[in-house]
Design a protein around this ligand. Sequence first.
Ligand SMILES: *Cc1c(COP(=O)(O)O)cnc(C)c1O
Length: 397
Amino acid sequence: MAISKSPKDWRPATRMVHAGSIRSQFGEMSEAMFLTQGFVYPNMEAAEARFKGEDPGFIYARYGSPTAAMFEERMCALEGAEAARSTASGMAAVTAAIMGQLKAGDHIVAAKALFGSCRYVVEDLMPRFGVPCTLVDGTDYAQWQAAMRPNTKVLFLESPTNPQLEIIDIRRVADIAHAGGATLVVDNVFATPLLQSPLQLGADCVVYSATKHIDGQGRCLAGMVLGSAEFIDKHIHNFLRQTGPSVSPFNAWVMVKGLETLPVRVAQQMRNAEQIADFLAEQPQVKRVLYPTRKDHPQHDVAMKQMKGGGTIVAFDIRGGKDEAFRFANALSIIKISNNIGDAKSIITHPATTTHQRIGPVARAEIGIGDSLLRYSVGLEDVEDLIEDLRAGLAAV
Ligand SMILES: *Cc1c(COP(=O)(O)O)cnc(C)c1O
């Protein structure tokens, strides 16, 4: 006789399809989109109980809504986290994860190699509120250690980093954070929840831009903050409720449906990326390929230790400079020039003139973003078509 398991024993792909579903009295198959600002109480006593927190129902969509709750539950099931809160964008999640923990007089330590907007939050925004930030080379653990001060409260990193796919040892940085009485926040966008589990590596909080692989078809913005129930309750819950970067029910619904296909999309995009990284590495017009699970990646050992795969993004330097990189990208036809990642459509980006233009040439040089660097987010197209497209680019160099 078959014994059916409880949802928490399901394997990840099963959780992605079923976890967190809330069915209305109509028993709809596909998750419903609850497009409502608020909720009706049966009587005054019920309204009072709900506001007092004695009844767990919904109050107001800025605080939470059934569609956002499904998205949060499904993300918790995927990440193995106790609690999560959804946000309007990845940057709202990053800002909440950092600001929610800090007050004037505290100090942040962050890796230099960050997504441009993340770098703005730690480097420009937080110091305006009396929270200075020390930026370190994320792969130099002596620098993390040396940057710690008695008032250091938050360490922040991305791994793999955007765009040069540097791998930072999450366990080592978590140990430094905890020894100094600080927490570690990890932006796990590039790895996706399927290929790396920062909470299990010692991080206190993990953040996502769901805009990327979780949507996976470039439709909507959303974000997610995950951690222990205590962490979310203490630092995130009230910050998000009162400041209001809530996800719209429509966007949350798109993400809930996106999660159902995330494992198959990421697996196929990663197979394409692995093949493309190996192809590019053999081309004379390519100076260097960066892909975490290739043996020639500078932090290959750390990648193999903490990741289940190299991900869906390949970075590479064309021989030459900006002109050669532009000629290459302008000659592509299937692979689009844009700046999203994780999309079903292949996307190429020139970080020096777009996503990392703001930080200037000196800061770019410090984190290895040269004028010949291209970031390729590999899509779901047939890999043979993608390789033919890349050949056309290389011929134009
Ligand atoms: C895109 C991205 C973000 C920001 O997410 P949005 O949804 O665009 O606000 C943060 N971190 C990383 C690594 C990203 O790639």
